[in-house]
Design a protein around this ligand. Structure first.
Ligand SMILES: *Cc1c(COP(=O)(O)O)cnc(C)c1O
Length: 587
């Protein structure tokens, strides 16, 4: 890692004039642009925000998602319905004059790009290009290729991935960028290697690539996997691949060993063509190496962009004591010294803002003094949103002992995820059934960036109950930590690294089944969380500042981007080599 210096990273810090191109299917760019679905997009956005702050020479590519990720509505029974969220790119972005084409199912699709300038703390700009096929000259179908994030079937998805990966590379060159490093954020962008390989071959005869050509591509590519289970990896059938990508290209990828179980596996493709690959937490690196033992896979644990996720009251508190945290998040370690009463009152203001929002949305007036738990995330069955209701009687006893308990839920299920939707239904039903004067359970509609920020800052404890090892990392608990909010969570993903029992939160112990893990959840509430919150506010304050000091100083994208920069983009061993190659930079 870079030594701490008084100056932030600057362009000159880096050995080469080449740029990093960051590719991601979704990026949470701006709270008013519905171009993201959840954790992956928020991580991508936070990565770019930190890259801009640190002066990392980087440009990014994503799709425009003109119809937006959906707005969620829940009826009183908890049935989810979805509305598209069309938005106007011209309100936020500048259209680039460049046009490129990609070939999809034997059709030529024209692609344009909208540029969003993400400006960092010291004025360094990271341009984000949002690729758009809604262009004159394209068929009606093709004009819709960049409309829906994770919409449609796998045919639609593969066509989108051609636009993102192959279109992105071509657009980068059309825009005149000199690129040294291509970072694939998850396998969705893996087809960029095909565009690079074809460039390497100078458009030469198909199938004539040599190991040396592949090596040239590998030298430029870096890949981050986010998926801890085989079923989660993006895959396409041979038939589909031949039909949409073409026979020659399919044969090329097959020859390079990118197929597994008769399917084009985007993770395998990305791994095969990358000089560096990583998982997003220590445990996830390990799990990924087990899934793909033939590859070296490192770990760079995720983070969040601190100034984006620290609430206004906590920002004021930190600024009053050590404003250096904005320049270098490592200084958040200084939170260990914050006055106890001040961290409690800053948190109380965040909590008040959250409860005001709850009242505005639902009409329900919650009590700011009462212990409040938060559980909000993309609703997938492995996250076990109903685990807390395993034994409602015991939950009620806990609420009684605590002098009241409030639980705030939020989360969208993917429109095609019926089990996920059923789970929301169940939580809403349980919330109605078990809520009373002592125990109040609320499900908030339309979990997004803004609501996520309020929840992670305003609740007292952040709860997470994934089934191991399905949580690659998770980042919402990090947002909570940056606000001094402890987690009560299964030891999966980032929490394996972040949990210091009793200091930064509590671990839900591993069990043989859901019931045993629910039992551990209740036990931690009964024996640790409730007594500490109810009886010893000064000890609670110390827990909060420990959380901020230990976890806030580490689980941020400021640290993470420095790791990517030195471990992945510009590892020291490549610097000399890059200097020499710069002379011969062809593009
Ligand atoms: C941070 C965030 C996520 C990711 O949280 P997890 O811990 O991975 O569940 C998802 N959605 C939104 C809106 C977020 O802000």
């Amino acid at each position: 890692m870079q030594p701490t210096s008084t100056k932030p990273f600057s362009y000159e810090t880096f050995p080469s004039s080449g740029l990093v191109a960051y590719f991601s299917m979704e990026i949470a760019i701006n709270p008013s642009m519905p171009t993201y679905s959840g954790g992956l997009g928020v991580l991508a956005g936070d990565t770019l925000r930190s890259a801009a702050d640190l002066g990392v020479p980087l440009v990014a590519f994503t799709l425009l998602h003109r119809k937006g990720y959906f707005q969620q509505h829940l009826d009183s029974a908890g049935t989810q319905s979805e509305d598209i969220q069309p938005w106007n790119p011209a309100d936020f972005c500048t259209e680039e004059p460049a046009r490129i084409t990609v070939s999809v199912e034997d059709r030529t699709v024209i692609v344009r790009a909208w540029r969003y300038d993400l400006v960092g703390r010291y004025g360094h700009t990271v341009p984000i290009y949002l690729l758009d096929t809604d262009v004159d000259g394209n068929s009606g179908w093709d004009r819709g290729l960049t409309d829906h994030l994770y919409g449609g079937d796998t045919n639609y998805r593969l066509q989108q991935e051609i636009v993102l990966g192959m279109g992105g590379v071509r657009m980068a060159h059309a825009l005149g960028h000199r690129l040294n490093v291509y970072h694939m954020n998850e396998g969705h962008a893996a087809l960029l290697v095909l565009a690079l390989l074809e460039r390497q071959l100078g458009g030469g005869p198909l199938g004539a690539d040599t190991e040396a050509d592949i090596e040239q591509v590998r030298k430029k590519c870096v890949f981050t996997t986010h998926t801890p289970v085989p079923a989660g990896h993006d895959r396409f059938s041979t038939e589909q691949t031949i039909r949409i990508l073409g026979g020659d290209r399919t044969a090329r990828l097959e020859k390079q060993g990118c197929f597994r179980d008769g399917m084009l596996n985007m993770t395998l493709l990305a791994l095969r063509f990358s000089r560096y690959a990583n998982g997003v937490a220590l445990q996830h690196g390990k799990v990924s190496r087990e899934m793909f033992p033939e590859f070296a896979i490192d770990s760079i644990t995720n983070g969040v962009h601190a100034p984006t996720w620290v609430s206004e009251p906590v920002q004021q508190l930190l600024d009053a004591h050590f404003s250096s945290w904005r320049r270098d998040n490592l200084y958040l370690r200084n939170a260990i010294d914050l006055p106890e009463d001040e961290i409690l009152s800053a948190h109380a203001r965040s909590k008040e803002a959250l409860l005001t929002e709850v009242a505005t949305r639902t009409g329900l007036v919650l009590n700011p003094k009462v212990l409040t738990l938060g559980f909000a995330r993309r609703v997938a069955t492995y996250k076990r949103a109903t685990l807390m209701f395993t034994d409602p009687q015991r939950l009620l006893e806990i609420a009684t002992a605590a002098g009241g308990l409030q639980i705030l839920y939020a989360g969208k299920a993917h429109p095609q995820d019926e089990p996920g939707k059923a789970l929301i239904h169940q939580v809403v039903e349980d919330a109605a059934k078990y809520s009373n004067d002592i125990l109040r359970i609320v499900y908030l509609e339309n979990y997004d960036w803004a609501l996520g920020a309020m929840l992670t800052a305003g609740v007292d404890v952040w709860v997470n109950t994934p089934k191991r090892p399905y949580e690659a990392s998770g980042t919402s608990g990090m947002k909570a930590a940056l606000n001094g909010v402890p987690s009560l969570s299964i030891l999966d993903g980032w929490w394996i690294e972040g949990c210091i029992e009793g200091y930064t939160g509590w671990a839900i112990e591993d069990g043989e089944n859901d019931a045993e893990e629910a039992n551990s959840l209740y036990k931690k509430l009964e024996t640790a969380v409730v007594p500490l919150y109810r009886d010893t506010p000064e000890k609670w304050a110390r827990l909060m500042r420990n959380t901020l000091a230990f976890n806030g100083s580490y689980f941020n994208t400021n640290r993470m981007v420095k790791q990517y920069t030195r471990n992945a983009y510009y590892p020291v061993k490549l610097i000399e080599q890059t200097k020499v190659e710069e002379e011969a930079f062809a593009d």
